[in-house]
Design a protein around this ligand. Structure first.
Ligand SMILES: *Cc1c(COP(=O)(O)O)cnc(C)c1O
Length: 469
C-alpha cells in the first residue's frame, strides 16, 4: 500500500538513506525516476560540473549534446543580463524584438541550403510539432487536404509530445501510451549500416534498397496521402550517432520530389555545428524543405528550438492564407533568443565549428586506438564531436548483451564514478536489444580533456567487461 505523507512528513524531509548520496534531501521535485536520485550540481565552468558533494565531473556529452561552448562563457552571461534589463517578454501577436529578428537573420545568413525563414519555440518536441503542422498547412493551402500521413524511420527520435512521439520509434518511451498516437505515421528501415546492411550488399546497394523501401512505402500509403518524410540527418540518441550511407539523403529527396512530398530533417541533436558543419545536411547532398534545430542552438544557456523552412514552403503560405496557423505564448522568447544569438556569435567568433571538426578527428583517432580493440566494442561511429560506441557480447556475430545487464548504462555509471559524464543508450538495434554510449562534448573541449575522457571510457568498459563478459 502506498502511504500518503502526513503534515509532519511534509515539513520534515526524511534523512538520506544509505542508497542516496549524502547531498540528497527528498523534496517536492519530481525527478525522472522515483528511485534514482540525480547528482546535485552547484556550479559549472567550461566542460566541468561541480557537485554538491565536492566532486567534479568532466562533461563529455554536453548533457544530451546540448552544451556546445561549455558553461559560464562571459559574453553569454553579459548578453543574458543585458536582455533581461532591456525587455524580458513580449507577446508575438503584436510585438517583436531585435533579439529574435537578429537570431533568425544570423542563422539563415546566406540562406544555407535554401532555408528562408525561422520560427522559434521552447523545445525540440515543440519544434517537431510545429514542423508537422507547417508541412500539413502547406499541402492544405495548395488544396491537397487529403494528405495526412507521415513516413518516419525505425530507431529515430523526434520528441515526447503526442504527435512528435508518434514519429519517434523509441519503443521504451512509448509503452505506456499505446493508443495515444497520431494514427497516420508509419516507419521504414533506418540507414544503419552496422546492423542493417547485408553481408553481400555494397554501400550503394544498401542505399538503393533503403530508398526503394521509402518509395514503396509512399506507394503503399498512396503518394497523394503523404505529407512528409521525417528523419534525423545523423541519427542521435536512439541508435547512437548513425551516419547514413552515401547517397541516401539525395535518393530520399528525389523520391519525395517525385510525389510532391516534403522532406523534414530533424537536426535537433546532430545540427547546430555538432557534426562539424553549421547544419548536418550541408555534409549530405540534400536540400531539405523544413529543418528542426534545438539542443545546441542555445548551448544549454536557454531553452530554445527552431523550425527553419525553405522558400518553397514560405512562398505557398505567404501567397495563400498569409499566416502560419500555430503559435505559443513563449515563441521567440526575447531572453532565449538573445541567449542563443550570443551563443551562435561566440561559435562564429571563436571558430568553434571548425574546431569541432578538428577535435572530432582527434576523438575518432583516440577512440579507435584506445578502445577499438576491446572485446565488447562492436562499432565506433559518428561525425564531428558526435560519437557513439556500440557494445556487443560477441564481436564476430555482433550478438548484443542480454538487455537485463544494461551494459551501456553500467559503463556510463562506471565512468561517472571515475569523474566523466557520458550518455548511455539501450535498445540500439531495434528498441529492445543493443547498447551504446554517446560522446558529445563542448566544441571547445581541450585535447587533454579528450584524452582523459577516452582513458576513463577505456577503464570503464574494461571493468564492465570483467564483470559481464
Ligand atoms: C532531443 C530530441 C528531440 C526532442 O527535443 P526536446 O527538447 O527534448 O523536446 C527531438 N528530436 C531529436 C532528434 C532529439 O534528439
Amino acid at each position: 500500500m502506498t502511504s500518503h505523507p502526513t503534515g509532519d512528513e511534509l515539513s520534515q524531509p526524511t534523512p538520506p538513506t544509505e542508497e542516496s548520496p549524502s547531498s540528497y534531501i527528498p523534496g517536492r521535485l519530481l525527478h525522472r525516476s522515483f528511485t534514482h536520485h540525480p547528482a546535485s550540481v552547484l556550479s559549472a565552468k567550461a566542460s566541468t560540473l561541480f557537485l554538491s558533494d565536492g566532486r567534479s565531473i568532466l562533461d563529455a556529452c554536453g548533457g544530451a549534446a546540448v552544451a556546445t561552448i561549455g558553461h559560464g562563457h562571459p559574453s553569454v552571461l553579459d548578453a543574458i543580463s543585458r536582455q533581461a534589463q532591456d525587455v524580458s517578454y513580449v507577446h508575438t501577436q503584436a510585438f517583436t524584438t531585435p533579439a529574435a529578428e537578429d537570431l533568425a537573420n544570423l542563422l539563415l545568413e546566406g540562406q544555407p541550403g535554401g532555408l528562408d525563414m525561422a520560427f522559434f519555440v521552447g523545445s525540440g518536441s515543440e519544434a517537431v510539432e510545429a514542423a508537422m503542422k507547417l508541412a500539413r498547412q502547406w499541402h492544405f493551402e495548395r488544396g491537397e487536404t487529403q494528405r495526412v500521413h507521415f513516413v518516419a524511420r525505425q530507431q529515430g527520435y523526434h520528441g515526447n509530445t503526442m504527435a512528435s512521439m508518434s514519429l519517434s520509434s523509441n519503443v521504451a518511451r512509448k509503452i505506456p501510451y499505446q493508443g495515444f498516437s497520431y494514427p497516420h505515421v508509419t516507419h521504414v528501415s533506418p540507414p544503419f549500416a552496422y546492423r542493417y546492411q547485408r553481408d553481400a550488399e555494397s554501400e550503394e546497394d544498401f542505399t538503393n534498397r533503403l530508398v526503394q523501401e521509402v518509395e514503396d512505402e509512399f506507394l503503399r500509403i498512396g503518394t497523394d496521402k503523404v505529407i512528409a518524410f521525417v528523419g534525423e540527418t545523423v541519427i542521435g540518441a536512439t541508435a547512437g550517432c548513425v551516419t547514413p550511407p552515401k547517397g541516401y539523403w539525395a535518393g530520399v529527396q528525389a523520391v519525395c520530389q517525385k510525389y510532391g512530398i516534403l522532406l523534414i530533417l530533424d537536426e535537433i541533436m546532430c545540427g547546430s555545428g555538432r557534426c562539424g558543419a553549421p547544419f548536418a545536411f550541408l555534409q549530405e547532398d540534400v536540400q531539405p524543405d523544413i529543418v528542426t534545430v534545438a539542443k545546441g542552438l542555445g548551448g544549454g544557456y536557454a531553452p530554445i528550438a527552431g523550425v527553419l523552412m525553405n522558400r518553397k514552403v514560405t512562398d505557398v503560405i505567404r501567397n495563400g492564407s498569409g499566416a502560419f496557423v500555430h503559435g505559443h505564448t513563449y515563441q521567440a522568447h526575447p531572453l532565449s533568443c538573445a541567449t542563443a544569438l550570443e551563443v551562435q556569435k561566440v561559435i562564429r567568433r571563436e571558430n568553434l565549428i571548425s574546431q569541432c571538426a578538428q577535435m572530432g578527428k582527434l576523438l575518432e583517432e583516440l577512440l579507435r586506438r584506445e578502445i577499438g580493440g576491446l572485446k565488447s566494442v562492436g562499432d565506433i561511429r559518428g561525425r564531428g564531436l558526435f560519437w557513439a560506441v556500440e557494445f556487443v557480447q560477441d564481436k564476430n556475430t555482433k550478438a548484443p548483451f542480454d538487455p537485463k545487464i544494461g551494459f551501456g548504462v553500467k559503463v556510463q555509471q562506471d565512468a561517472f564514478e571515475r569523474g566523466v559524464a557520458i550518455y548511455p543508450g539501450a535498445g540500439t538495434i531495434d528498441g529492445r536489444r543493443g547498447d551504446h554510449v554517446l560522446l558529445a562534448p563542448p566544441f571547445n573541449i581541450t585535447r587533454g580533456e579528450l584524452e582523459t575522457v577516452v582513458e576513463v571510457l577505456r577503464e570503464s568498459i574494461m571493468s564492465q567487461e570483467a564483470l559481464h563478459g
